[in-house]
Design a protein around this ligand. Sequence first.
Ligand code: SF4
Length: 93
Amino acid sequence: MKLPNVKKPCKDCPFCKDSLKGWLGEGRMTEILAADSFVCHKKTDLQCAGHMLINGDHNGFVRLANKLGIELQLTGKELVFESTAACIEHHAN
Ligand code: SF4
C-alpha cells in the first residue's frame, strides 16, 4: 500500500536550509510547523515531505504511516532545518 506523500523535499521548499531568508515570516512559519500535517499547494496536492522530515512524529501523517506499518521512503533529511526553531528563525524578518 502506498500513501499520497512527497518522498523528498522539492526545489524551493521553505523547510530547506537553502530557502530564502525571511521568506514566510516568523508567524506564518510557526503556524505551519505547529499544524498536524501539511499539503503544499504551490507544488503538489500530496502530503509534504519537508514537514514530515522536520516534524517527525509530531506530524500526523508520519504517525499514521507508522501505525499502519507503512514505509514512507523519505529522503533528503539533510536538506531541511535541524529543528523547527532554526526554521522559524530563518523565516523571521
Ligand atoms: S511539498 Fe513540501 S517539500 Fe515540496 S515544496 Fe512544498 S513544502 Fe517543500
